[in-house]
Ligand binder design. Sequence first.
Ligand SMILES: C[S@@+](CC[C@H](N)C(=O)[O-])C[C@H]1O[C@@H](n2cnc3c(N)ncnc32)[C@H](O)[C@@H]1O
Length: 279
Amino acid sequence: MSSVIAKPTARPVTPLGILTKKLEAAVQEINQRTDLPAELVANIKQAWRLAAGLDPYIEEYTTQESAALAALAETTATEAWGEHFTEGTTVRPLEQEMLSGHIEGQTLKMFVHMTKAKKVLEIGMFTGYSALAMAEALPADGLLVACEVDPYAAEVGQTAFNQSSDGAKIRIELGSALETLEKLAEAGESFDLVFIDADKKEYIAYFQKLLDTNLLAPEGFICVDNTLLQGEVYLPAQERSVNGEAIAQFNRTVALDPRVEQVILPLRDGLTIIRRVNP
Ligand SMILES: C[S@@+](CC[C@H](N)C(=O)[O-])C[C@H]1O[C@@H](n2cnc3c(N)ncnc32)[C@H](O)[C@@H]1O
């Protein structure tokens, strides 16, 4: 049986979220002070307002998520992920912050519509929020193959998919993503759109596999999540975590690969869009 907890506040995991929190702390600090120049105080407060207002504004004016997606986000936020890992219910340390959410889900949905994709591959499904968002945009005969290594997260996702009219378009592949990619490539499968969002240390391997095989359709696109890794990629290298260094190397690898062109969108924690140069 799933163990749930009171909905905890998600910690900031994007450059903007972290910046906003730091500015908020600075504003609290300067509110205690009377000795600071008025212009400095006004500038810091204006910087905080600019940063703090952006995400809520984008949320308000972006099409609302479906009831199925809202319910899945709620379920994911109230699962006791910390306990699940210590008790061995999950094979990996998972957390609610992994879920991409409303704005990124809606963006991915738009990409499926814009590319008219019929086959989508997701590498790193977690509880299935981005998978279901993309499936909602697929035609009735579309297919989304979702790779996930954690059986418990996959089960939460499958339960949500069963409750959505779009869930039948999703096929979960449980296991290591690299092994699944090998299997899919051997089976001659090919995808119009691929979303990479699993182990940051394996991003380069996923990318190479997609391009070295026919897994990425000739006119296909790859979307890659967390390519700003909380700002670590552009902050001093000696301050980077293992994942920060892995993403910095991934970004360099993509930038140096003559087979592709790419753009990093500063959406949430960074979303890179990649296509082959000469399909
Ligand atoms: C950031 S979460 C994915 C979030 C999801 N795309 C969403 O938007 O809700 C990353 C997921 O990748 C899975 N994962 C990590 N390493 C993996 C691997 N080697 N193979 C398959 N899945 C993996 C984790 O278990 C986790 O559920």
